[in-house]
Design a protein around this ligand. Structure first.
Ligand code: SF4
Length: 302
């Protein structure tokens, strides 16, 4: 992987981030839990074209912050009785060696915990919850394979963009930058069934040509929805956003009705501005987009 420094990050910081950027984390295993939960297309293209992938050092900034915090917590946890801090675990399913690295196992209450450094938005909208549940249950499967009982699963969210001001004013805003949330624990059979299917998809993808790889799902592309903004003529900001055009049009009709009885409002003119959804990961974050025929076909024209 080629790392650029397009924004002149000081050398000592560049070198520190460089240590974690582009780390290939499955060691000698066939797959990692996190790799199995990602898109097979991205995983295969990344592995095949690794030397040709280019990222800027600043693309690794968030991962670096998370890595520093994980390391710090891991050192502290390792010194406390009953806490098993992160370490590599392996299990063999369908003849494939699977690696996982959970952040914490608590021998006292038999809980598995993972630390996430994320945005308030991700917590409020539960945008990553399905993935977190799948990941935690992957770790539960590995711990059980080691002979350890698992009774509960938790994520500790560290909300990197948390605002005390918003917490005091907004009802649904988290009241603390550190939030603990429990997730559903699957049976061992459910875990093995789920991961067997993932292993099958990823294994069979390895035999396919680049252009034949299964397409990423909307979830994997971080596809945002098209929205319909009602704009008041002369204003730059939307009066209100809607997820369907008919809702936006109904809102305008209401405004027109209000204008019939209110002379001041009668002067206001509204129109609908369509804001197309976007494949955010493809356009902004995917490290293999240069090698992806789906992106090359659909990429936005400047
Ligand atoms: S560019 Fe988009 S479609 Fe292509 S591999 Fe990346 S996320 Fe998937």
């Amino acid at each position: 992987m080629q790392i650029t420094n397009n924004h002149n990050v000081p050398e000592n910081i560049f070198l520190a981030i460089r240590e974690v950027q582009g780390e290939y984390t499955k060691a000698d295993a066939d797959f990692s839990i996190s790799g199995l939960l990602d898109s097979p297309r991205i995983q295969v293209l990344r592995s095949r074209h690794f030397p040709g992938i280019t990222e800027d050092i600043t693309d690794g900034f968030k991962a670096w912050i998370g890595s520093v915090m994980h390391k710090h917590l891991s050192e502290k946890d390792a010194k406390r009785d009953g806490l098993l801090s992160s370490g590599h675990m392996f299990v063999t399913i369908q003849g494939k060696k699977i690696k996982g690295e959970s952040d914490l196992y608590n021998e006292n209450d038999h809980s598995v915990t993972d630390y996430k450094f994320t945005s308030v938005y991700a917590l409020i909208y539960e945008s990553r919850d399905d993935k977190f549940e799948e990941q935690l249950n992957g770790y539960a499967m590995l711990f059980r394979d080691l002979g350890l009982e698992v009774k509960s699963l938790k994520i500790v969210y560290f909300l990197t963009d948390w605002s005390k001001r918003k917490a005091s004013r907004e009802e649904n805003y988290p009241k603390s930058p550190i939030v603990v949330k429990e997730f559903r624990l699957w049976t061992q059979e459910e875990c093995e069934q789920f991961y067997s299917e993932k292993i099958y998809i990823h294994s069979t993808s390895q035999d396919l040509d680049d252009d034949q790889l299964p397409e990423c799902t909307d979830e994997e592309k971080w596809q945002s929805e098209t929205s319909y903004a009602v704009m008041k003529e002369g204003n730059k900001k939307a009066t209100k956003n809607f997820s369907t055009e008919s809702e936006a049009n109904s809102f305008i009709e209401e405004k027109v009705k209000e204008g019939l009885t209110d002379k001041k409002k009668a002067k206001d003119k509204y129109y609908v501005q369509v804001r197309p959804g976007e494949a955010i990961r493809c356009n902004m974050y995917c490290p293999v987009k240069e090698f992806c025929n789906v992106y090359q076909k659909n990429k936005p024209t400047v």
